[in-house]
Design a protein around this ligand. Sequence first.
Ligand SMILES: [Mn+2]
Length: 340
Amino acid sequence: MNELKSMNQSQNMNQSQNMNQSQNMNQNNENFINFINHLLTFNKQMELLQSKNQIDNSTPFRFNISSRVLIKLCELVKPILQNEPNILELEAPLNVFGDIHGQFADMIHFLEMTGLPPNNNFLFMGDYVDRGNNSIEVCSLLFAMKIMYPNNIQILRGNHECPEVNSIYGLLTECENRFGDDARMVFNKINEVFCILPLCAIINKKIFCVHGGISPHLKTLDDIKSINRIGKIPDSGLVCDLMWSDPSISQHKWGTNNRGISCTYNNIAINTFLKYNKLQLLCRAHQLVSEGYKFFGNSKMITVFSAPNYCGNCGNDGAVMKINENLVCSFIIIKPTNVK
Ligand SMILES: [Mn+2]
């Protein structure tokens, strides 16, 4: 895998008073590049350990990331995310990830195929944590890349980026297993970041990207622009639906969601929303689809799911969607291995 190279600091640092600042920045950038490069060796390290029979499949492989480093990452990434709007306006070409759910080894495999920032741009559509064994590695890499390349890495919120969910489905337990007395502090810091993540993105003013989907409370994009997104995901309403809703083949435009929260939307609801806002495609994640991606409603909507063999037993493919400069979509697929 290509390593991240140091950024070319092309600032004009003629004045001596800027020298120290410049050296500090370079030092920080070097630290970040080393940290990111270390994370990118995850699969190699895992292989080495397995070949030495030092771990078996019942012991999850994890990097030794200190609570201090992780808290620092959270503190550095927060002001960057806080300044972003509710709806990110992005330009293709772009790589779009769906749910990762702590499957860090698969995330690295995908990055090997897409290439790295800053030469490649990324949109992550939420559900980074829970279920898989490596939520901490996924967060660390995402936050570190966002700090280094804020314009190349975009991180949206998913329904698992909320303490009420990730205290139950894996992140809290992983923090407790890894950080001892610091577990609560790390858990809270990560969730502080989650609670300020932007809600959705629009690519080339044509492709609307969000974790769950649309909402009966959503008519125009201005409805999203005006909300205060900071905080926990509410139990109902527009933000809840953006994070939680699912498509349905029902004849009802809006239906009851089996998850017990939010609603479903049918192809008429999708068409109405797209047409009214002059959009071409609804792109979302949130649901396991066996091929890793699945079109719906006459190709007006797509689901992308990037966690192959979800939970270690689902046998599904994982996919990442590449959108080129002409908005043509193609897919990188990872087939499941070690299906139980
Ligand atoms: Mn989800």
